[in-house]
Design a protein around this ligand. Structure first.
Ligand code: NDP
Length: 320
């Protein structure tokens, strides 16, 4: 049960690129932001190795180091970064109420939600073992490391289809492992896959194990779910593209979401259906899902929050 109550002007939930960028802008606008990092400070990027596609790092940087830089920059302008997990919210009246770690209640004039999304994994121990050493859930982030090599990708939705064609431009051969005898992806995407000569689609196939030499991935053991036949396919990279889950469970019943749970925002803004609550980053973006796009929308969220507060101060009604 909540005991202490603290009031803040701007509360940021989540500490990925969106949350930290929102924090930098909010702090510089003197909103004195308080950030709760969640259980994984730095978010999804702390699980990656090299990040080569974020502008400003000409020699690349590791994901954890980059998120350290983000944190330091946010703190430099006075963001109060706290380790803690938002366990519930109450957006029924102003100011908004947010409970942290089930014990502490915060009231906030504005809330910026940047809780991100979590990539779904197959759940194999070998997948975990080689994560970052040949196993990846992001072709756009990591495909480059497999230039000229053979890779496999699992999944049959639009993401898998798009990532397979992306990988096909870089890699020698892409094996696409589809668990049913058909795709879930749209016809147009399937058409693209089928017309890419170096993608081989293998239907009715599930991943049994990712094979490795202790350091890197060397192959994948697959099983045909119709015949039970097992095959080892030699590959250097293994990509998982079986969907993401947005981290929005605590907002159910308060905020509008799509069927998958992504928060809905007013197009071209970060406004949610609740006054003073803004959403940025992967939690509201199932499409681009890049660190740099998340950072951009974090900036938008802080500007939206700042403008909302300014309008309120001048008694102008902002309708979301
Ligand atoms: P989806 O949920 O659409 O697809 C997930 C895919 O992964 C399915 O084919 C599913 O198989 C497969 N899968 C799930 N679990 C396993 C498993 N354990 N083993 C093997 N395969 C598995 O996720 P996406 O990320 O592809 O797409 C999410 C949303 O984003 C969709 O609405 C999509 O249309 C949209 N999107 C649109 C794009 C575009 O328009 N260009 C690009 C990317 C995404 P099965 O089919 O058998 O269930």
């Amino acid at each position: 049960m909540s005991q202490e109550v603290e009031h803040v002007e701007c509360l940021i939930i989540g500490s990925g690129p969106a949350g930290y960028t929102a924090a930098i802008y909010a702090a510089r606008a003197d909103l004195k932001p308080v950030m709760y990092t969640g259980m994984e400070p730095g978010g999804q990027l702390t699980q990656t190795t090299e990040v080569d596609n974020f502008p400003g790092y000409p020699n690349g940087i590791t994901g954890p180091e980059m998120m350290e830089d983000f944190r330091k920059q946010a703190e430099r302008f006075g963001t109060d970064v706290r380790f803690g997990y938002v366990s519930s919210v109450d957006f029924s009246s102003l100011p908004h109420k947010v409970v942290v770690d089930d014990i502490k209640t915060i009231t906030a004039d504005t809330v910026i939600i940047s809780t991100g999304a979590t990539a779904k994994w197959l759940g194999l121990p070998s997948e975990q073992k080689y994560n970052g050493f040949g196993v990846s859930a992001c072709a756009v982030c990591d495909g480059f490391f497999f230039k000229g090599q053979d890779v496999a990708i699992v999944g049959a939705g639009d993401t898998a289809a798009e990532e397979a064609t992306y990988l096909a431009k870089l890699c020698k051969k892409v094996y696409m492992l589809v668990r049913r005898d058909e795709f879930r992806a749209s016809k147009a995407m399937v058409h693209r896959v089928m017309n890419t000569p170096n993608i081989e689609v293998i239907y009715n196939t599930e991943t049994k194990e990712i094979l490795g030499n202790g350091k890197n991935v060397t192959g994948v053991k697959v099983v045909n779910n119709q015949t039970g036949a097992e095959t080892d396919i030699p590959v250097e990279g293994f990509f998982v593209a079986i969907g993401h889950k947005p981290n929005t469970d605590i907002f159910k019943g308060w905020l509008d979401m799509d069927d998958t749970g992504y928060l809905k925002t007013v197009p071209g803004s970060t406004l949610t259906n609740v006054e003073g609550v803004f959403a940025s980053g992967d939690v509201q973006d199932s499409y681009y899902r890049q660190a740099v796009t998340a950072a951009g929308s974090g900036c938008m969220a802080a500007l939206d929050a700042e403008r909302y507060l300014a309008a309120k101060e001048h008694d102008v009604k902002v309708v979301s």
